[in-house]
Design a protein around this ligand. Structure first.
Ligand SMILES: [Zn+2]
Length: 318
């Protein structure tokens, strides 16, 4: 729906969840934020454009907020159906977005070698059925401004969930479209129930991103998997997300302290996940993203030590 003048939010189903794509309409160009799955473009966005008299050939920029396949999987369809579209992303995320195999190896299976946590072959195969990559035309660093014709948008570098994560500030409405840059206390199902943990990965960058977004005092915080957060609700969402990081870090440290012997990251998660959130098995296992981030922070401050067990898996101790 057109939630603000010339700013459309298009919710596309992804199983029991949705990914919200956004279109910002200027006098000359349209800027699209995220491309969802292949089907998000073909089955949801294209009919939406038709219904609202928006021209596919006016789409000049299609920005991937970050290197996850539910945000980039429609890139192939965009290239096919929108003849003037340039696919854009944060420069640091470019290799993963241009090549799904790099995304699978470096992002989803990052934890396989040192932590013994890998995606199932079934999950990897599924990615290949819903996501189709294309080359990136423009890699942004952040702080770029784009003129859509009487309407300026600003590209913000908002790392944490990924290194190259981008957000888009619409100067006309003051709304900021943040993709998955900030993730609250849980990623949500379409009905608002908790789906899986907030999968931020680079903790100090994530905290800085939350503070940066607060400083912009956005009129509205628009995410990919959460309802609209207007005014104070947006600021509250940012505060809640920041407080969550402190809570999880404390739980990680206390658990290692209480166990009093070296434990692996997965052992830590088994012991502590019910204190971290309400997710069922196996959803809680995606705590690997934030928990490894927090273990890295604790290690960098000399509060915990890392070594390896006899199976070659990393362990953590005081
Ligand atoms: Zn997402």
């Amino acid at each position: 729906m057109e939630i603000l003048p010339g700013l459309h939010r298009i919710e596309c189903p992804i199983g029991p969840r949705y990914v919200a794509l956004y279109a910002i309409v200027g006098k000359v160009d349209i800027l699209l934020v995220d491309t969802g799955f292949d089907g998000s473009i073909r089955e949801t966005l294209v009919p939406y454009f038709k219904e609202h008299n928006l021209s596919l050939s006016k789409v000049r920029y299609a920005i991937n907020t970050h290197s996850d396949y539910d945000h980039t999987g429609g890139n192939g369809a965009v290239k096919e159906l929108m003849p003037n579209a340039l696919i854009c992303c944060g420069e640091r995320d470019r290799p993963m977005i241009e090549d799904l195999q790099i995304m699978i190896d470096d992002r989803y299976n990052e934890f396989a070698h040192d932590h013994g946590f890998a995606e199932s072959q079934e999950a990897v195969d599924f990615i290949r059925t819903v996501a189709f990559e294309s080359k990136i035309d423009i890699g942004f660093a952040g702080n770029e401004r784009i003129d859509l014709g009487g309407r300026m948008v600003e590209i913000l570098h908002t790392p944490g969930h990924s290194w190259g994560h981008l957000s888009v500030l619409d100067e006309q409405t003051g709304a900021v479209i943040i993709g998955d840059a900030v993730l609250g206390e849980s990623v949500l199902l379409a009905d608002g129930a908790p789906a899986f943990p907030p999968t931020y990965r680079f903790v100090e960058a994530y905290r800085s991103t939350i503070r940066l977004l607060k400083a912009y005092k956005p009129s509205e915080v628009l995410t990919s998997h959460y309802p609209r957060y207007k005014g104070q609700l947006g600021l509250d969402f940012l505060d809640l997300s920041l407080a969550y990081t402190d809570r999880i870090e404390k739980i990680c440290f206390e658990t290692i302290q209480e166990v009093a012997k070296p434990i692996t990251m997965l052992e830590l998660i088994e012991i502590a996940h019910t204190r971290m959130g309400p997710w069922p098995d196996p959803a809680y296992k995606y705590l690997v993203y934030p928990v490894l981030g927090h273990l890295e922070v604790l290690e960098s401050y000399g509060k915990i030590k890392r070594s390896k067990n006899s199976a070659g898996i990393d362990t953590f101790s005081i």
